[in-house]
Design a binder for this molecule. Structure first.
Ligand code: PRX
Length: 655
């Protein structure tokens, strides 16, 4: 990490906002002053931009930390805020979604149409027995029905758990079981990389006969959208086609008011243990910060902008900046089903030109892969509609930042590098476009109303020019409210480390420069960030040792030019297995195995078969040393190893 820091510190380029951008920007400097003068009053003002069926009188209740309540006595309906209120304000004909499928098919969905669809689906879900507080799993491709599903679940006060379509049947099953989902909404399949990738079969597998498993099946119905036209098995009585029930349902549905702290969704993310955590978000505070940050950080002008966030709804970015933020603001957005390079490497730029996209929000890994392909691909397209670019999910290296600005942003558009997490629910650290002078590679400043610090192990501020751990020092509206079904893990993971100070521990390392701007330095725990996706080393290790040949496994995240980090696995093979089958092809077999167990994003880049792993005297694997090997560096200090010779053996085996 130190070489990375040195490199960052030599970065001195600065980009002031243009006068024309600043003149029209939603954000202004005053926001900081207002928030500093009265933080809770500031958030109350932002919350009042939403429609409250019952206005709140209390802002923050932090009497039972770390369990916060925001706007606790207020009542609202999240879906009403994203839909009906725009229609009632006379904007029903405004386009909510300009959707394009990977094969090039298109649909335009207005706010009136989306409201209508959500009302019908809300009636269908109610008829299927879904009640307030029940959980609904959503396993869909990026099609308008995915957005409608989230909103319909929210509309009836139920809780959605969206599972990324790239996750395996096993991962889906674990998530369905943990949440006790009553209904699953899926599709036959979706388009990815030029072909239909089936989804329904994974749902069937996840719900397959559980005799002997001891698990009571919670799922009563599976609602299936026809998208891929692939053949699917059918379980009579359990499965329903969307097109058989939704269009026929009544479009009369009144949005009920729910208390602000009504659970809105659970979203699973990787932690430091093998078991994914179900991060719980609630309604009023979450929607407040989602809408506010989308407005001021993405500079959304709903009447004129065409906004595009490329994230899948299976991740938090898709929840907050595809579904809730932009729709709460009444924005028009592009929704694209497929991959960036199908059928040609310029597909994203073609979409920007065709749909006149003005605001574009994506991940550094995508930018780096475009850099690799070369500038002549985007330069074939007219990208002049773009006026703001955003980055999210991992540190963006200054080179990628500058390329993004020059090649995609015509050397003119502001770039916002936004730091946040599944747990924070919405953006926490970012420049404000039109206000902040930007620095390539730094996420810069906490948003108005957000209090962060960089501290040492004792929780003391490190001061400018030093590095430490990133913490959030005050509760914020869109903060997680817990881990589903596991309050102890919630406390331990985020609040125990700085319990005496009451700080939220984010798990990221950070450095403050001489101006006090924040530079994120990556995770300080056993969580990897591969292409902006969070993966846990423990989860992949446990998948590896599930293979019949593997005795022990250690996984590290090694830096990778394109994906930020890459999964590198070191495995010890059982000697009996070696004698019978040998190692021929075993590395590839294990890569495929992990892909099937968790999902293709978790597939290791490299699998090294070794004879031993570096362990301390207490038996803890020293991943730091394995990372040195994986990154081709000289191996660091080995004095705490039980057997100091082991690293030279491993290094030799890896070569
Ligand atoms: O390490 C940080 C990194 O992504 C982690 C959160 O991952 P996830 O919950 O999947 O959410 C990703 C989308 C918000 C953080 O702990 N991260 C996210 N954004 C940035 C970042 N690291 C550096 N710079 C960022 N802008």
């Amino acid at each position: 990490m130190s070489s990375q820091i040195d490199h960052l510190l030599t970065e001195t380029r600065r980009f002031a906002p243009s006068a024309s951008f600043a003149a029209q920007a939603v954000a202004d400097r005053e926001l900081y002053e207002r928030a500093a003068a009265d933080r809770e009053g500031f958030w109350a003002d932002q919350a009042r931009a939403l429609h409250w069926h019952t206005p709140f009188t209390r802002v923050l209740d932090w009497s039972n930390p770390p369990f916060a309540e925001w706007f606790g006595d207020g009542e609202l309906n999240v879906a009403y805020n994203c839909l009906d209120r725009h229609v009632e304000a006379g904007n029903g004909e405004r386009v909510a979604l300009r959707w394009e499928g990977e094969p090039g098919d298109q649909r335009t969905v207005t706010y009136a149409q989306l409201t209508d669809e959500v009302k019908r689906l809300a009636n269908v879900l109610t008829d299927l027995g879904v009640e307030r507080g029940d959980r609904v799993a959503i396993y869909l491709p990026m099609i308008p029905e995915a957005i409608a599903s989230m909103l319909a679940v929210a509309r009836i006060g139920a809780v959605h758990s969206v599972v990324f379509g790239g996750f395996s049947a096993d991962s889906l099953r674990a998530r369905i079981d943990d949440a006790g989902a009553k209904v699953v909404i899926t599709a036959d399949g979706g388009w990815r990389k030029g072909k239909v990738s089936p989804l329904k079969p994974a749902v069937d597998l996840a719900l397959a006969d559980r005799n002997g498993s001891g698990i009571q099946e919670s799922v009563e119905h599976v609602l299936v959208v026809k998208r891929g036209e692939n053949d699917v098995d059918w379980s009579e009585g359990r499965d329903l086609w969307w097109h058989d029930v939704v269009p026929q349902a009544s479009n009369a549905h009144e949005a009920e008011a729910f208390p602000a702290e009504t659970p809105l969704f659970i979203l699973y993310t990787s932690g430091t243990t093998g078991k994914p955590k179900g991060i719980l978000h609630t309604s009023g505070g979450y929607l407040t910060q989602a809408a506010f940050t989308n407005r001021v950080v993405h500079d959304v002008h709903p009447e004129t902008d065409v906004y595009w966030c490329t994230a899948d709804i299976g991740w938090i970015t898709g929840h907050t900046y595809v579904t809730y933020g932009p729709l709460a603001n009444g924005a028009t957005q592009l929704l694209y089903e497929g991959t960036p390079d199908t059928p040609h490497p310029g597909r994203w730029w073609e979409l920007i030109e065709k749909h006149g996209v003005t605001i574009f929000y994506t991940a550094p890994t995508a930018i780096r892969s475009f850099m690799k392909i070369g500038r002549d691909v985007p330069q074939k397209f007219d990208l002049s509609s773009l006026r703001l670019l955003g980055s999210v999910g991992e540190p963006i290296n200054p080179e990628a930042w500058v390329w993004y600005r020059e090649i995609i942003g015509a050397d003119e558009t502001p770039i916002v590098d936004t730091w946040w997490q599944t747990e924070t629910g919405a953006i926490m650290i970012s420049a404000l476009p039109g206000v902040t002078e930007t620095k390539p590679g730094s996420a810069q400043v906490p948003l108005p109303g957000v209090s962060i610090a960089v501290v040492d192990d004792q929780g003391e501020p490190v001061g400018n020019g030093s590095g430490g751990l990133l913490v959030v020092t005050e509760p914020w509206p869109s903060m997680l409210r817990g881990i589903w079904g596991d309050p102890d893990r919630y406390r331990e993971t985020y609040w125990e480390k700085f319990a005496d100070k009451g700080y939220y521990f984010a798990g990221d390392g950070a450095r403050l420069d001489d101006d006090g701007d924040v530079w994120l330095l990556g995770r300080v725990d056993d969580v990897m960030n591969v292409s902006g996706h969070r993966l846990s080393t423990a989860e992949i290790e446990s998948a590896l040792v599930g293979h019949e040949g593997v005795a022990e496994a250690a996984v590290v995240g090694a830096s990778d030019e394109t994906t930020g980090q890459a999964v590198v696995a070191f495995v010890i093979i059982k000697s009996r297995y070696l004698k019978q089958k040998g190692v021929e092809g075993l590395g590839d077999e294990l890569r495929t195995w992990v892909g099937a167990q968790i999902g293709p994003i978790a597939r290791p880049r490299d699998v090294y078969i070794v004879g031993e792993l570096p362990k301390t005297r207490s038996g803890k694997i020293m991943r730091r040393l394995l990372r040195d090997v994986a990154e081709g560096r000289e191996v660091g200090d080995t004095t705490t190893l039980a057997d100091t010779a082991v690293m030279s053996v491993i290094s030799a085996q890896v070569k």
